[in-house]
Design a protein around this ligand. Structure first.
Ligand code: CP3
Length: 348
């Protein structure tokens, strides 16, 4: 490794004091970067992820350009699903589309298991490349969570209201829980293989689970999340939870055996602390703010930092992914602002 390893992100994730607030951005490897757009003209997401050298390069780009404190593996939450029999294609401008959606218990029973070394060797090879030779910051591995994966598998694609998913959940509880069990198994096996290959932290994306109320979350989802996090806990790497529009579930996540509660922009960090969330918090600048003039971005970032830095255990991020139209210079400037402003405050 040429540079010394920077573990600020891992320390913050574990709730330890740091010299400054670490930063990374969801969807930092992507469409806001001209180098990435050039690659995307030639290759699809799945084609990039099947080429470990290229995939490692795409993963590294934002670390070098934005000076962020963590890298996130370039792949999608759909990546493990073909291995268990899901026919998924990522359609440009739409998202994941699935041609054999789940409709019955028999469909659930047909789903297979994942064997990461055979089914997704390219994911593990990319991680090995990055963590053994190329990265000076921790690599975040990830998986989609059962509800969010199931929502695509049942709806057959992106959805606004998750009606089919909810109808399946309420009307076919036996099939629902069987599906949650299968997806928990996939998540656990897949994530453990990423950690074994070298991932230093894990984020679980339950992006769309905010569609459920607290009662349904407790009944239909929390037990499966409890099982996943209890099993992953054995691996001793920081575990991060994230979802969109899920402020009403943040307290439920906090109960789970995980290390970091990810927040979108709807809940202020001080409100989360008042709700009793004392674990590390990650977030939560509204990604739309990045399209505003710099003065507005700085003011909003400062307001978030002033709340987040009050307790140790804070990681700066956006409340959701970077939009394609964001200027890379803005992300670079924001990272140095977060680093400098927090270093000054911490060292006073
Ligand atoms: C729900 C979800 C998906 N994928 C993901 C989530 C959870 C995070 C979230 O809430 O946004 C996670 C994801 N998807 C991708 C990453 C890469 C790593 C990173 O954050 O930089 C990550 C972490 C690449 C991607 N995932 C996708 C692309 C676009 C690829 C293409 O256009 O071919 C990339 C680079 C496609 C995808 N995949 C998905 C959607 C909704 C879309 C289309 C929307 C879009 O284009 O932004 C499902």
């Amino acid at each position: 490794m040429s540079k010394t390893f920077n573990d600020t992100f891992l320390k913050a994730a574990r709730g330890e004091r740091t010299d400054y607030v670490p930063v990374w951005y969801m969807r930092q490897a992507g469409r806001s970067q001209p180098e990435y757009r050039e690659i995307k003209e030639k290759y699809s997401l799945f084609e990039i992820t099947h080429q470990p050298e290229l995939c490692a390069y795409v993963t590294r780009l934002p670390v070098e350009q934005y000076n962020v404190d963590a890298a996130i593996l370039y792949k999608d939450i759909m990546t493990p699903l073909p291995a268990i029999g899901v026919d998924v294609e990522i359609k440009s401008g739409i998202g994941p589309v699935i041609s054999n959606p789940i409709r019955t218990l028999a469909d659930v029973e047909k789903l297979g298991e994942i064997h990461p070394e055979e089914d997704v060797p390219y994911v593990l090879d990319t991680i090995k490349l990055l963590t053994r030779e190329q990265l000076s910051v921790p690599l975040i591995g990830f998986s989609g969570a059962p509800f969010t994966l199931a929502s695509y598998m049942i709806e057959g694609g992106p959805s606004k209201n998750y009606n089919k998913t909810k109808a399946f959940m309420y009307a076919e509880p036996k099939a629902w829980f069987a599906l949650m069990d299968k997806l928990a198994e996939v998540t656990i096996t897949y994530v453990k293989s990423q950690i074994k290959a070298g991932a230093k932290a894990i984020q679980i994306f339950d992006s769309w689970v905010g569609a459920l109320n607290v009662q349904d979350y407790r009944h239909y989802i929390k037990p499966v999340m409890e099982r996943i996090f209890s099993s992953l806990k054995e691996e001793n790497v920081p575990l991060i939870m994230f979802g969109v529009g899920a402020s009403h579930l943040a307290r439920e996540w906090h109960d789970l055996p995980l290390d970091v509660v990810g927040l979108d922009w709807r809940l202020q960090i001080k409100e989360a602390r008042e709700m009793g969330i004392h674990k590390t918090v990650q977030g939560n600048l509204d990604p739309a703010i990045l399209l505003a003039p710099w003065e507005v971005i700085e003011e909003r970032a400062k307001a978030i930092l002033d709340q987040g830095m009050e307790q140790p255990g804070y990681i700066f991020n956006l409340g959701h992914g970077v939009f394609p139209s964001v200027n890379p210079e803005t992300l670079k400037r924001l990272t140095s602002f977060i680093h400098e402003y927090s270093a000054q405050k911490f060292n006073r």
